[in-house]
Structures are given as structure tokens and as C-alpha cells.
Design a binder for this molecule. Structure first.
Ligand SMILES: Cc1ncc(COP(=O)(O)O)c(C=O)c1O
Length: 479
């Protein structure tokens, strides 16, 4: 039987009835097999007094094959308190330390990966509950597994009955780092697993966008003068100030702007965008930055079996949302360094015949800065299948010269959507404003799931005046 359990494993929190099964298995292993406790006539070994643990169990075909206890910092005692004096331990007992205890598997499950899986489950439960540290006692014979996970010996050991234990601990951060290289293996394990814990199996990844600037000046903003001494290399924000009329409107009405709820769905801003950008208002949907609109639209349009084409390299948020948030299939059209990251238009045209659900075209591309002219883009889009949505990110289009935006084209097309950030070329990144321009049918559903007041009042006022300051921005961007 050793090591034969591979498939059909269910990981769940133990119900009250299953807790009885846990106590029976505890008795079988710690009283009968290991001789740590004397055998009891009822054949169960309940939890020690005042130790309030939850149990994660592993079952195969409803049979219990293993369990592990997790004791939160709210418990009056930890199991370890029965053996060691807290005040003598090199451990900080605060609100972020959890105990993992009594990791146990049946004889049949030993040598399989169930023990490691249960430890991983305990780690995920603790990590997602805000735990920073894990404390445990490890049976000397199986200490290696704990150490491989990133736990460390604290130099204290003791015997209980016939069993020797070592005190071990580790930070969730260290354990997460240790597990990093095993992510794809964990992904594969997840596929064979019935994971019923209400925390995700893998911690959802975040897209890295820098942030060192706010680390340097302080993200609680206690001394904003510091910003003058630190040069931000985090993101490509504007190096010029927002238009004078943007600044004067905000400055002159600041206290009213801050305390006033904005127009619910930014209809007036939508009309100004329509008027200044040459598209009907029904073709405009506003959002709190293009990142907001990317998450809104992609999560609405795509499922795990959707197929999306990305350029490679391109703006990293797209890969993050598609891979880590939605988990759909992503194909990449490589832009080789050897050809200066030029976009091979013929190859793109051929690739688009593959009926993707979505193609993301950042134009000018980031981080390469290369631009494909509006006429070339239109020729490719005219040839693409109408079922493929084409998302054109025009964050930097003003740098490509006047008249390059595909907004009028998208408004008249069935499947093209222009996503326009107002962060960079209008110098409004801190306020968060952006819009989509597309056929009304593309936007209808997204409009209905946009929360009220999504774009703040300062952002609506600033964006409205920025759009009407074309000369100022042209002089900043093109010079
Ligand atoms: C190509 C591209 N799209 C979108 C964004 C995000 O812009 P926003 O501030 O509107 O969320 C960025 C930010 O760097 C970007 O480079």
C-alpha cells in the first residue's frame, strides 16, 4: 500500500462528525502505534484542554487518510504549552502566530504526498488569514519534510511518551519563497485534487508595478515634502503638469469637490469625450483608469477556455490578468529582439485567422515604444474574424503624432475596442480616469456592471477640462 495514494484526494475542513474520526485516528497513531499516550477505552484521543484547533482533513472515497490541526492566536493555549514554557522560547507570541499540530496520516497514506499536501493546506489557511509565523513541534523521524518547507529548528526538543519532538517555526514569507520554484508542480497537483478549503489553492499572484517610490516617501503620506527629494523610476507618469485649467478648477473648488458625490455614471464626461474625440457618446464608457476597465471587461468577456493572443513583449498587466486572474489560454506573437521588436504584420494577419476570442494590441507598444500606423492597423482589423474582439490600448498614441487614434474606427466597427488611459498624456495618473471607445453593443453589458460613482468627482472635472486643453497637451507631448 505504501505510497499508492495519488488520485481522488479531497482536502477539506473537518465537520463535527469528521472531528470524531480525527480523534479516533489520533488515538490509533499516538496511543496505540507510537505509545505517546496510554490507550483509552473509548478509542479516541480528544484535543487537550483549552487548545482550540480547527482540523484540515484529507479523505479518499470518504475515508479519512490524514489530518492536521491549526490553532489560531485566539486559542487560550497552544499544544506546545503543555511541554515548554513560553517565556523561555525564542518566539514572539503575537496576533499573527499560528500553531500547526498533530500532522498525521494513516499507514496506507505514508510515503504518499498527503502529509506534504496537508502541511501546504495548513500554510495556505494561515497565510490567507494574515498569519506571519507558524510554530510547530515536529516528530524527529519526519523532521526533514518540515525543514524542506522552510521551517527551522529552534534548538528545543523534548520527549513525550516514546516520541521525541523538535520545536520548529518559520515565517509564512519564508515558506512562500521556498515554495516559489514548485508553483508549476503545485498547479499540476491541483488538477488531481478536490480542494474544498475556502481559500484558493495557490495564492493569487499580483502584478508587479513598482511601488518603491511610495516606499521611499511613505505611503501614509505623513511628510509629502519627501517627494521632492526622491526621483520616481516606478512608472511612466507624465513629466509635465496637468493643463492650467485642470489645476485652477480643482484648486478653486477643492473643498466642495472633495465632499461632493460625482455624477453617477460620468455622463457629462462621456459627452465631452465624444465631442472632442469624434465618436458618439453611446460609444464611450468611462472608468477609474484603464486598469479598472481592463479588469472589468476581461472578467466579463473571458472564461478559462477562452483563447487570447498577446504580443510579446507587451504591457505586463495583460498577461497577469489573463493568466493569474482569469486563467485562460494565452498565445503569444513573439517580437524578437533581433528584429528590433518590430511587429511582423503578415504573421499577425495570419495568426488572427485562428479565431481568437480576444487580441490585445498595445499601440504604440509598451515597453518597446514602436507604433504601427493607423492605416496599417485598420487594414489588419478589416481582415480579422468579426468574432475576435480586438482591444487596442492607446495609452501612448499621442506620441505617434496627430490623427493616429483608432477611436472613430472602433466606434463604427463591431469588434474593435479602444482603451484610452488618461493617466499619461493628460498627466492625471493620480486621479484615475480612462475610457473605452467601441460599438454601443460591446459596451452595454459593461455599462450595467460599472458601479455608480466609479470615476471620482476630481477625476471627472479634471478629465473634462483636460480634453478641452488640446493645444496645451500637444505642446507638452510633441513640443
Ligand atoms: C500600455 C499601458 N496600458 C495601461 C496602463 C495603465 O494605465 P492606467 O493608469 O490608466 O491604469 C499603462 C501604465 O503604465 C500602460 O503602460
Amino acid at each position: 500500500m505504501k505510497g499508492t495514494i495519488r488520485m481522488g484526494i479531497c482536502i477539506a475542513m473537518a465537520s463535527a462528525a469528521q472531528r470524531e474520526m480525527v480523534y479516533r485516528l489520533r488515538h490509533d497513531v499516538y496511543a496505540k502505534e507510537l505509545g505517546q499516550y496510554s490507550a483509552r477505552s473509548d478509542g479516541t484521543l480528544p484535543d487537550p484542554e483549552e487548545v482550540t484547533s480547527s482540523y484540515i482533513i484529507a479523505t479518499v472515497d470518504d475515508d479519512l487518510v490524514g489530518f492536521v490541526g491549526v490553532t489560531p492566536p485566539t486559542s487560550a493555549r497552544y499544544s506546545v504549552d503543555r511541554y515548554l514554557d513560553r517565556s523561555e522560547l525564542p518566539v514572539v507570541f503575537d496576533d499573527h502566530i499560528y500553531e500547526v499540530r498533530a500532522l498525521t496520516v494513516t499507514r496506507a497514506a505514508r510515503g504518499s504526498h498527503i502529509a506534504a499536501l496537508l502541511m501546504y493546506a495548513a500554510f495556505r489557511l494561515i497565510e490567507s488569514s494574515g498569519g506571519h509565523h507558524i510554530l510547530s513541534i515536529g516528530r524527529r523521524e519526519v523532521l526533514g519534510m518540515y525543514l524542506r518547507m522552510g521551517l527551522r529548528r529552534l534548538g528545543r526538543s523534548f520527549t513525550s511518551g516514546a516520541v521525541t519532538y523538535d520545536l520548529i517555526s518559520g515565517s509564512t514569507e519564508d515558506i512562500a519563497r521556498r515554495l516559489g520554484p514548485y508553483h508549476s508542480r503545485l498547479h499540476h497537483m491541483e488538477a488531481d485534487l478536490d480542494w474544498q478549503l475556502d481559500v484558493p489553492f495557490l495564492r493569487p499572484a499580483a502584478c508587479y508595478h513598482g511601488g518603491a517610490f511610495f516606499e521611499a516617501i511613505g505611503d501614509q503620506f505623513d511628510d509629502l515634502q519627501r517627494r521632492k527629494k526622491v526621483i520616481s523610476a516606478d512608472v511612466l507618469d507624465a513629466w509635465f503638469p496637468p493643463a492650467p485649467s485642470v489645476q485652477s478648477h480643482l484648486r478653486d473648488h477643492l473643498d466642495w469637490i472633495i465632499r461632493t458625490s460625482p455624477p453617477t455614471h460620468a455622463a457629462g464626461l462621456g459627452q465631452v469625450i465624444a465631442r472632442t474625440r469624434g465618436a458618439p457618446a453611446a460609444c464611450i464608457l468611462t472608468g477609474a483608469g484603464s486598469s479598472d476597465l481592463i479588469f472589468l471587461a476581461f472578467r466579463q468577456w473571458l472564461q478559462q477556455d477562452s483563447r487570447v493572443l498577446l504580443l510579446d513583449p507587451t504591457y505586463g498587466e495583460y498577461s497577469h490578468v489573463l493568466h493569474n486572474v482569469i486563467g485562460c489560454r494565452v498565445e503569444r506573437l513573439e517580437l524578437p529582439r533581433s528584429t528590433g521588436y518590430q511587429l511582423p504584420l503578415d504573421a499577425l494577419q495570419r495568426e488572427l485567422r485562428e479565431n481568437y476570442d480576444l487580441f490585445v494590441w498595445v499601440n504604440p507598444n509598451s515597453p518597446t515604444g514602436l507604433h504601427t500606423s493607423r492605416w496599417e492597423v485598420e487594414a489588419i482589423l478589416n481582415d480579422a474574424p468579426s468574432k475576435t474582439r480586438i482591444w487596442i490600448d492607446e495609452t501612448y498614441v499621442e506620441y505617434a503624432g496627430v490623427g493616429q487614434s483608432l477611436e472613430p474606427y472602433a466606434a463604427a466597427s463591431r469588434n474593435a475596442i479602444v482603451c484610452k488611459s488618461m493617466s499619461k498624456v493628460y498627466a492625471l495618473s493620480g486621479l484615475r480616469a480612462a475610457y473605452l471607445c467601441a460599438a454601443p453593443a460591446q459596451l452595454e453589458r459593461l455599462r450595467s456592471i460599472t458601479p455608480p460613482w466609479a470615476v471620482s468627482l476630481p477625476a471627472q472635472i479634471a478629465a473634462t477640462h483636460a480634453l478641452q486643453s488640446r493645444e496645451y497637451y500637444t505642446s507638452c507631448v510633441i513640443g
